[in-house]
Design a protein around this ligand. Structure first.
Ligand code: DX5
Ligand code: ZN
Length: 231
């Protein structure tokens, strides 16, 4: 499977958000990772559906990878679908009925994903592997950009990869938190195919160079290395 780089706009300059999104896509990012924080499920407050819609109205047509760090989840799903979300991922602890929330996302025309905090077990996947399109493994505790990668996430990635291979469905395996050029190879080796990166990209003064280097590192050790070049 091809490597996807999903640029987290949490670390972008919000005063120039549209330009930042266009710049990071022009620099080679595949998706835009859209972190939604509610000061309730996580201790921070960010952006909602109006901002997603504004990006679509500004002509952004890349996939928007919405990461909901909110509770409750369901009331925001339709709003984000209408606002142009592509994937909508949520934390299973943040909703009362996980299967219902997954179905709601699907019914709204988006691709559902489940997100796992560092201490959240993968058992939540047991009965929903046929219904989701993305598994997001958190390698930091959610709430802030710029945190340090928690290495135990590599073991969890490998376990999630085994589960995905067993069902033979096209489920993306995404990593989020502390992803940088110098750990991308280890992350890909553990089985990830989709890399969220915020501060490493937006904190660099060469978005294209950073994205290219991250992708090359990921391909250097991923099982999908034969499917694409490192450009
Ligand atoms: C953290 C967010 C991440 C964050 C990652 O709760 O879910 O998407 O933006 O930022 P970096 O890449 O700086 O760790
Ligand atoms: Zn995120």
């Amino acid at each position: 499977m091809a490597i996807i780089i999903s640029a987290s706009i949490l670390s972008a300059d919000f005063a120039r958000l549209g330009d930042e999104v266009k710049a990071v896509l022009a620099a080679g990012a595949d998706w835009i990772h859209f972190d939604v924080m509610d000061n309730h499920y996580v201790p921070n407050l960010t952006i909602g559906p109006m901002v997603c819609e504004a990006l679509r109205k500004a002509g952004i047509d890349a996939p928007i990878d919405v990461h909901l760090m909110v509770s409750p989840v369901d009331p925001l799903v339709a709003d984000f679908a209408k606002a142009g979300a592509s994937y909508i991922s949520f934390h299973p602890e943040a909703t009362h009925h996980v299967d219902r929330t997954i179905q709601l996302i699907r019914d709204c025309g988006c691709r559902p994903g489940l997100v796992f905090n560092p201490a959240t077990p993968l058992n939540w996947l047991d009965y929903v592997m046929e219904k989701i399109d993305l598994i997001l493994i958190m390698s930091v505790n959610p709430g802030f950009g710029g945190q340090k990668f928690i290495p135990q996430a590599l073991h969890k990635l490998a376990q999630a990869r085994t589960r995905i291979d067993a069902v033979k469905r096209d489920i993306r395996l995404e990593i989020d938190g502390g992803v940088k050029v110098d750990n991308a190879a280890a992350i890909a080796a553990a089985g990830a195919d989709t890399f969220v990166s915020g501060s490493a990209i937006f904190g660099s003064n060469d978005y294209a160079g950073t994205i290219k280097a991250m992708r090359a590192q990921a391909y250097s050790s991923s099982s999908s290395s034969s499917s694409s070049s490192s450009s």
